[in-house]
Design a protein around this ligand. Sequence first.
Ligand SMILES: NC(=O)c1ccc[n+]([C@@H]2O[C@H](COP(=O)([O-])OP(=O)(O)OC[C@H]3O[C@@H](n4cnc5c(N)ncnc54)[C@H](O)[C@@H]3O)[C@@H](O)[C@H]2O)c1
Ligand SMILES: [Zn+2]
Ligand SMILES: [Zn+2]
Length: 350
Amino acid sequence: MRALVYHGPGQRAWEEVPDPEITDEGDIIVRVDATTICGTDLHILAGDVPEVHPGRILGHEAVGTVDEAGDNVHRLSPGDRVLVSCISGCGSCRFCREGRHGQCAEGGGWVLGHRIDGTQAEYVRVPYADTSTYRIPDGASDEEILMLADILPTGYEVGVLNGNVRPGDVVAVVGAGPVGLAAIAGAQLFSPSHIVAIDLSDTRLEAAKQFGADVVVNSSREDPLRVLRDLTGDLAGRLGADVSIEAVGLPVTFELAVKLVRPGGRIANVGVHGAPVTLDLQDQWIRDITITTGLVDTSSTPALLQLVASGQLNAKPFITHHFGLDEFDEAYDVFSRAADTGALKVVLSN
Ligand SMILES: NC(=O)c1ccc[n+]([C@@H]2O[C@H](COP(=O)([O-])OP(=O)(O)OC[C@H]3O[C@@H](n4cnc5c(N)ncnc54)[C@H](O)[C@@H]3O)[C@@H](O)[C@H]2O)c1
Ligand SMILES: [Zn+2]
Ligand SMILES: [Zn+2]
């Protein structure tokens, strides 16, 4: 088969590789019908994720058709159409039993395109298939369902649910990339009074409006703290957002997210951080704030599937570009130049 192989920092190739094989009876082999590229793949290619070794097939998101199933797979058979989630979970370790599949202690968690070969290929081996894939419901297209492999559960679980967004809340989202936009779409489900999107890119802020942000702040020109104070100063005397969601992964944006919340506010960190971040505890200890962190578990995927299938959650606007499955060079080029191309999610399909 052909697959997109990582060959060390800055190097990748769409090339011929051996077909994947079942190595555990809980595995399935999936024929990939549609896949996409994540910002994390760009981090891997930049050499920021050293545990990914040269030779690894990239990708952790797919929709496909079961080609082969191991003898211990009970819920799936060849021909079934499935969503392959970015997180694999054994389903029975202490973390999986709490719904924390991201922390699976039995070799699950984020493994596809990371510790084992991934989905940017014609075929992929998916471990723990019964508890790591989802049947595709009627009423939604493959490419919409593909948005549930990573970004939608990430924005929803690590942003909206961890941040405990409630009706009437003022929600600030720092970073309007695909994950920040997913958090905006997820926050909408809770009827917040305002969603404030903060980014440096006007293109991304335009997208944020489409997803439901009613206030957008380009923080290269405007001070988001002032905007939040103006917005919330007369709301029962609260100064600041009820919830801020950090969806960038930089020290400066985390520090901003902390400052943006009111006393008693909640800060949900979603961004993957690669450098130490300052928490000014000498200022913050007195403000009753809550800070949450997390890797996505994809425990919300069944609920999100229902929401997309029933039309309550529109995943279509995430998809900005389409390519054939052998057009990875073009797709990576467009995705990595998002500021110029306006790319949010690029879909590669058969
Ligand atoms: N916790 C998890 O489980 C999980 C899962 C997936 C992704 N992530 C992380 O979520 C973050 C967002 O992912 P993404 O794919 O949307 O990334 P992205 O790079 O596409 O988007 C980041 C956005 O932040 C904006 N930005 C950059 N610097 C800024 C600044 N100083 N102020 C305001 N905005 C700024 C950019 O313009 C961009 O629109 C990344 O750190 C990613 O690694 C976390
Ligand atoms: Zn991802
Ligand atoms: Zn587990």
